[in-house]
Ligand binder design. Sequence first.
Ligand code: FAD
Ligand code: FES
Length: 272
Amino acid sequence: MPSNRLHRALIVSHKPVGRGYYRLVLKAPEAARSALPGQFVMLRVSDTLDPLLARPFGISAVISRSSLEILYRVVGKGTTMLTTAKAGQSLSLLGPLGKGFPRPEKKTVPVLVAGGSGFPPLHFLAQRAGSRTHLFLGARNKECLPPADIVRSFKELADKVHIATDDGSAGQQGTSTDILDAFLTKTERREHLVLYACGPHAMLAAVSKIAAEHAIPCYVSMEERMACGLGACMGCSVPMKAGGYKRACKEGPVFDSREIDWSEQVLLKLKR
Ligand SMILES: Cc1cc2nc3c(=O)[nH]c(=O)nc-3n(C[C@H](O)[C@H](O)[C@H](O)COP(=O)(O)OP(=O)(O)OC[C@H]3O[C@@H](n4cnc5c(N)ncnc54)[C@H](O)[C@@H]3O)c2cc1C
Ligand code: FES
């Protein structure tokens, strides 16, 4: 269940894990107990009013009944400030928020597709979904893949990890959607497959198209820029095929890919 409760979360550990990412483990018992894969938290990165807005982060794992893990990439002011937080300090945390991925049924074979820094919520899903999972990871080159420890963890959790890089420096040469399409084309029994994807919008649009062509259900996590995280500001609107918009923070971030108007979604991004 989403929770609008504000918690003081104690930092249990906080370390760089390579490739510009940090692993933050927070003691937040209520949030850890109720968190579902695909949900996110709003974290205040400092105790001052600068920056004013909390930052959204997916939950990448639940470590125990009381702790959860966040994997974040340093991209700007907020995440740079967050890197200075130390074990023993506490951070203000709101959540877990939003609607996560629908729980895979017993017979489901989850096929996870991650691009860019979209892998953290899929790591939590892999943790819950178990060993029948396939994961497709794509990046521009080897250095842009998730940190080595995270790839190793995915390999332990999943049945198979398929890697593609644009320049061929790791895995197969191509995009995650190229190798996903090839995998689906050669898979004979597709009736139990369900796609779960998180990453850049162009990748999500491509995954959505492939899912439609292969008649496979597909759920995408739309990591829009967020201000309030609570459904009040409409800053995270996602255009719907049926008309109108839905809020990624409230009705998402996970949507059935068929609901989304991908053409308008791409146009909106170009305007920003
Ligand atoms: C639901 C959700 C879950 C997320 N989960 C994770 C996660 O698990 N790990 C992680 O590393 N990041 C995650 N993000 C992205 C993360 O929130 C941003 O990277 C962070 O807010 C950037 O803050 P900043 O102050 O460092 O950067 P800013 O100074 O605010 O921005 C720096 C640059 O990052 C870009 N940026 C900021 N937010 C986003 C976004 N949402 N999508 C695309 N580009 C963005 C800006 O356009 C700008 O170019 C998630 C976002 C959402 C909405
Ligand atoms: S972030 Fe304000 S409505 Fe979604």
